[in-house]
Each structure stands twice: as structure tokens, then as C-alpha cells.
Design a protein around this ligand. Structure first.
Ligand code: GDP
Length: 296
């Protein structure tokens, strides 16, 4: 298990005992521990450094004379508030204003796209009382289409697929038509997994987006991939300018620093955290809870 930040700070902040003010010297000791805790949680050194510089400024800023709290508690509070702010403050939510609403799901192969598509359908159906349609646009892997069909059955929503077609743009457009005819109010388009370096596949997702003009384009990324998550997010964002991020495999043992790095680098909100293989293992992303987890 990773040592928690509070444990680390306890050591570093011993120097703060008996003092009623955060000063250059006692803050410096704790800043080092905070930076280390962030790097251990998979936040890149560069981001951890920039972040702690900001924390330092705040800690030494105007009114830091302590009243009710100890220096250690004050420091934790500053870090927690900064982290929460940086990750977006509030939970971001989804734009469901379309008629029907179209949601495009993109990401690397194996990131958890298809699983998330099923979960999102389940969430929309149970939490938002919507009638979603799942669309299988992975024309390269018949297994992906089968997987989506199984998930659709599990959560009790229809699936649109064309096993003979090799044209994902056409499939997606026809699916929207199908949704209108069958009174489905949200269309979830699951696309083929692609490698960020594969230009042809990246062009394909761009074409799909331009053709179907989704209200939401969600980029799905495996939280366990740490720094790679940031690079991938950057490439996808440059290509399809997504609206939000879905962090998957948050049930793994990562602290989830990828969340902070991705938000910091691409500036897009993280909307959902996927926490398991079951269809109900999906949560809206709450920056304050994530800050708690990153800090341990
Ligand atoms: P895709 O290639 O992006 O569509 O990825 P899949 O949805 O097929 O997921 C790849 C693997 O990750 C599958 O074995 C899923 O069961 C698993 N998976 C997806 N999401 C999660 C998650 O949140 N937690 C865990 N533990 N496994 C997940």
C-alpha cells in the first residue's frame, strides 16, 4: 500500500508544531512530501511541481495565521482545495439536450469503451429514465459487436448493428434514424479501438464525429496507464476535440493521479469513473472524492 499523504505530512509537519503560522521554512518541508505523494500517485513530476508551487504560494499567501486548525491541517486543506479546483470543482454532468442526444465513445483498444457504453446505457436508463440505443460501429472486430450485443441484452436496451457493413459513418447515421423511428432518446455510438499512432483510424473517428455531430464526445482512458493516459488524451483531443473524459478501471490499485494529469493537460472535465466489470459499476466523477483518493 502507498503511504498516505497525511502520514507523510505528519513527519514533515512535525516542524510546524508549536508554530501558529505557515512560514517559508516549515512550508518547504511539507511541499516536498506533497510532491512525492503526487508522483507516487502517478502525477507527472512536471505537473506535481507546478501544482506544489501554487500550493506554496497559497500557503504563504495573505491570511495564513492559524485560528482553529493546526498548520498540518491547514496545509492539507490547501492541497485538497487546490486539487479539487484543478480537477473541475463540481461534477460535470452530461449534455442530454439533443433529440435524440448523440454520444460518441472513443479511446484506445482495451481501454474499456464497450464496457462503458453498456454501463452508460444502464445509467441513463435507471438514473435518468432515458431510452438509450447502443450502436456497434467497430467494423473490424466481430467480437466487439457481439460483446456490445450481450451487454445491451444484460441492461435491457436495443442495439443497432450491421454485421455486413464496413462503413462506420453510415452505420452511425442510420442508427440515429433508427433511434428517431423507435423513440430512443439517446444514441450511444461505440467505436473501434484504435492506437493513437494509427492515423487512418484516427481519421475515421474524426469522420464519424463530423458526420453525426454528437452532443457529447467522450474519451475513455484506462486509469492504470498512468503517464501514457496523458499522451493518448492529448492526441485524441487534437483529433476530435472531445467534451469529457471517462476514467476506467478505477477499481484497480492506482491512486488515480492520471485524472489530475489528464485534466491539467487537456483541460477537459472528467465526467465518469468506471469501477469494475459489472454494468452498475459506474460513478459520476466527483473532483473532491478524487482529491481524497490521490492524497490517500
Ligand atoms: P474496449 O476495447 O475499449 O472496448 O474495452 P472493453 O470494454 O472490451 O474492456 C477491456 C477489458 O477491460 C475487459 O476485460 C473489461 O471487462 C475490462 N474492464 C472495462 N472496464 C473496467 C473497469 O472499470 N474495471 C475493471 N476491473 N475492468 C474493466
Amino acid at each position: 500500500m502507498l503511504e498516505s499523504l497525511s502520514e507523510r505530512l505528519e513527519g514533515a509537519l512535525k516542524v510546524l508544531k508549536g508554530e501558529n503560522k505557515l512560514t517559508e521554512i516549515n512550508v518547504a518541508a511539507s511541499i516536498k512530501e506533497i510532491r512525492r505523494a503526487l508522483v507516487d500517485a502517478d502525477v507527472s513530476y512536471k505537473i506535481a511541481k507546478e501544482f506544489t508551487d501554487r500550493v506554496k504560494e497559497k500557503a504563504l499567501g495573505s491570511d495564513n495565521v492559524l485560528k482553529a486548525v493546526s498548520p498540518g491541517q491547514l496545509m492539507i486543506k490547501i492541497v485538497m482545495d487546490e486539487l479539487t479546483d484543478l480537477m473541475g470543482g463540481q461534477a460535470a454532468g452530461l449534455n442530454l439536450a439533443g433529440k435524440p442526444t448523440v454520444i460518441l465513445i472513443a479511446g484506445l483498444q482495451g481501454s474499456g469503451k464497450t464496457t462503458f457504453s453498456g454501463k452508460l446505457a444502464h445509467w441513463l436508463k435507471t438514473q435518468k429514465k432515458k431510452s438509450p440505443l447502443l450502436v456497434a460501429c467497430d467494423v473490424y472486430r466481430p467480437a466487439a459487436m457481439d460483446q456490445l450485443t450481450v451487454l445491451a441484452e444484460q441492461v435491457g436496451v436495443p442495439v443497432y448493428k450491421e454485421p455486413e457493413s464496413k462503413n462506420p459513418v453510415q452505420i452511425a447515421l442510420k442508427a440515429i434514424q433508427y433511434a428517431i423511428e423507435h423513440k430512443c432518446d439517446v444514441v450511444i455510438v461505440d467505436t473501434a479501438g484504435r492506437l493513437a499512432i494509427d492515423e487512418e483510424m484516427m481519421a475515421e473517428i474524426k469522420n464519424i464525429k463530423e458526420a453525426i455531430l454528437p452532443q457529447e464526445t467522450l474519451f475513455v482512458v484506462d486509469a492504470m496507464t498512468g503517464q501514457d493516459a496523458v499522451n493518448t488524451a492529448q492526441v485524441f483531443n487534437e483529433t476530435i476535440n472531445f467534451d469529457g473524459v471517462v476514467l476506467t478501471k478505477m477499481d484497480g490499485d492506482t491512486r488515480g493521479g492520471a485524472a489530475l494529469s489528464v485534466k491539467y493537460t487537456v483541460g477537459k472535465p472528467i465526467k465518469f469513473a468506471s469501477t469494475g466489470e459489472k454494468m452498475d459499476a459506474l460513478e459520476l466523477f466527483y473532483p473532491d472524492r478524487m482529491a481524497q483518493r490521490i492524497l490517500g
